[in-house]
Design a protein around this ligand. Structure first.
Ligand code: NAG
Length: 384
């Protein structure tokens, strides 16, 4: 679902041209320790470690944490993933809106010189498989190639026998992009190679994480950027208050949730809609009718291509609020201005022109999100 990638790339072209698991039990003989001093903090930590299964959202093995790089002012976010033995490090766009794990490879003649290309002949654990794959995204970008099997290490967690998709051709958007490929975190039903287990499926089935979730924090360039995926856990130090749980409909392979409405501008209410929680889409894309409600309330004008032009003065705008599972989540006015082009500004929201919305990064960078594929559900909390 790279729909807004295209919008954002178009918008930015002008400037670009100008410019160790610890839960293994061990037994020790019991003996009195003469140096024992009571330590309540340790005692609590020990109790938590012992009963971690009953503490919601705590993974005793600590999970696998991947820091993210925020590209071009929150356009996209990538993490480093190691493939093969010895590890070849690739920059992958982590994307909950798709389910393929693919990247540039030495089998690709058109992949760009700036990309790191995975070289299967340099990996001792690589197994050739040879199924062909082809993927297209909403913005017209695409890639295709052939499959193999190898070890894929994400946040220190080594997945064995992961199917990987080696690009033999990729479209210009990827050749000019900052990443070497994508890591799809949607459900395996939409993997373009039938029968593929996604990296998240394998993290769970290979017992690499004890809590079958991943927590996502996306930074803002205006606040130093960055971001983090935590596989098998939730980084509670980034969270403030309780999580709101919402059921996800995965019948289309995505995390689709209901948004009960909200308020925009000077209190105008917006209708309820369903939307995909998609870390791989830059903007917050509504259905046409909701986009019109939101745009009207901000005096924004429709550019006819899904984007809107909005005031460049954040102090003249009010926050946008979405109501999800009984909680109001706020997108500050400053985030409603995505991009400034001369005296004009492109809004952080747009229209997907579809019957459902896409809750992309403009929304997600204002919350901590937990994806729980086995339920399936999504949980949101306010940021600390
Ligand atoms: C959780 O977030 C804190 C604070 O931002 C950071 O220092 C820490 O490294 C993160 N922990 C994990 C496991 O990623």
């Amino acid at each position: 679902m790279k729909i807004s990638l295209c919008i954002a790339l178009l918008a930015s072209t002008a400037t670009l041209l100008n410019a160790a698991p610890t839960d293994k039990s061990q037994s020790f003989p019991l003996a009195a320790n003469p140096n024992f001093k009571p330590n309540p903090k340790n005692a609590i930590a020990k109790a938590r470690a012992k009963y971690y299964k009953y503490l919601a959202d705590v993974s005793a093995d600590g999970g696998g944490s991947v820091p993210l790089t925020d590209v071009s002012g929150d356009l996209e976010y990538y993490g480093i993933v190691s493939v093969g033995t010895p590890p070849q490090k690739l920059k992958l766009d982590f994307d909950t809106g798709s389910s393929d794990l693919w990247f540039a490879s030495t089998l690709c003649s058109g992949c760009s010189g700036t990309q790191t290309k995975f070289n299967p002949t340099k990996s001792t654990t690589y197994k050739k498989e040879g199924k062909s794959w082809s993927i297209g995204y909403g913005d017209g970008s695409n890639a295709r190639g052939t499959t193999g099997i190898d070890t894929v290490t994400i946040g220190g967690l080594a997945i064995k026998n992961q199917r990987i998709e080696l690009a033999q051709t990729e479209s210009a958007q990827f050749q000019q992009g900052a990443t070497d490929g994508l890591l799809g975190l949607g459900f395996n039903t939409i993997s373009t190679v039938a029968g593929t287990k996604t990296p998240m499926d394998n993290l769970i089935s290979q017992g690499l994480i004890s809590n079958p979730v991943f927590g996502v924090w996306l930074g803002k360039a205006s606040q130093g950027g960055g971001g983090e995926y935590l596989f098998g856990g939730i980084n509670t130090s980034k969270v403030s208050g309780a999580f709101t749980k919402v059921p996800a409909d995965n019948s289309q392979g995505w995390y689709s949730i209901n948004v009960d409405g909200g308020s925009a501008g000077q209190g105008a209410s917006i209708d309820q809609f369903s939307g995909i929680v998609d870390t791989g889409t830059t903007l917050l894309l509504f259905t046409d009718s909701v986009a019109k409600q939101v745009a009207d309330s901000y005096g924004a004008t429709d550019n006819g291509d899904g984007t809107y032009t909005i005031s460049c003065d954040a102090s003249s705008l009010s926050d946008l609020t979405l109501s999800i599972g009984g909680t109001n989540f706020v997108i500050p006015a400053a985030d409603l201005i995505y991009y400034r082009q001369g005296s004009q500004c492109i809004a952080g929201f747009g229209s997907a022109g579809m019957s459902f919305a896409i809750l992309g990064d403009v929304f997600l960078k204002n919350v901590y999100t937990v994806f729980a594929p086995t339920v399936p559900e999504v949980r949101f909390a306010k940021l600390a």
